[in-house]
Design a protein around this ligand. Structure first.
Ligand code: HEC
Length: 144
């Protein structure tokens, strides 16, 4: 399974140009997808779960906010995409982080790649220009 996933991830294009991976997202579709698929955990206003920085009794972290109080914008867009498509654990394992139990489910079976880009584009659209610019820099660093 891991080998298959690694092969799939290897096929995913890396960001070599200045074009943003989330550019051209359909923001209103993204907003609808967010309400349907993400708001239950990440909050209707992207505020995350209460005490999101404290692990639950099972050791699993709660869902973080996607607004600027959280750390979504600290990550490059490809990681955000992989996290949403393959789930947190698989996305981290593909980047060499083992032994982390993530509460973030995979949406590969329920959302198309376009829906995933739209919902991440919607989340990004709620950030200030400054935060968007900082996240752009993460996405455009070589190897990121
Ligand atoms: C069942 C609850 C649940 C649902 C539904 C859910 N998430 Fe998450 N998500 C989590 C948890 C818990 C984490 C934190 C886990 C971790 O740190 O690996 C997380 C983490 C993330 C992250 C990476 C952390 C970061 O920096 O923001 C992204 C991106 C993300 N979710 C996007 C989404 C999107 C987009 C949707 C809807 C398509 C969604 N999530 C739906 C629970 C959920």
């Amino acid at each position: 399974m891991r080998a298959i996933l690694a092969a799939i991830l290897a096929l995913t294009p890396t960001i070599a140009t200045s074009e943003h991976i989330l550019g051209g997202a359909d923001i209103s579709n993204g907003e609808a997808v967010y309400a349907e698929a993400c708001a239950a955990c990440h909050g209707a206003d992207l505020e995350g779960q209460p005490d999101w920085q404290t692990p639950g009794a099972d050791g699993v972290m709660p869902a973080p906010p996607h607004d600027k109080a959280g750390h979504t914008w600290h990550h490059d867009s490809q990681l955000l995409f992989d996290y949403t498509k393959f789930g947190g654990q698989a996305a981290l394992e593909a980047r060499g982080v083992e032994g982390f139990t993530s509460g973030m489910p995979a949406f590969a079976d329920t959302l198309s790649d376009a829906d995933i880009r739209d919902v991440l584009g919607y989340i990004r659209s709620t950030w200030s220009d400054r935060v968007q610019a900082m996240q752009d820099m993460r996405s455009h660093q070589p190897g990121n």
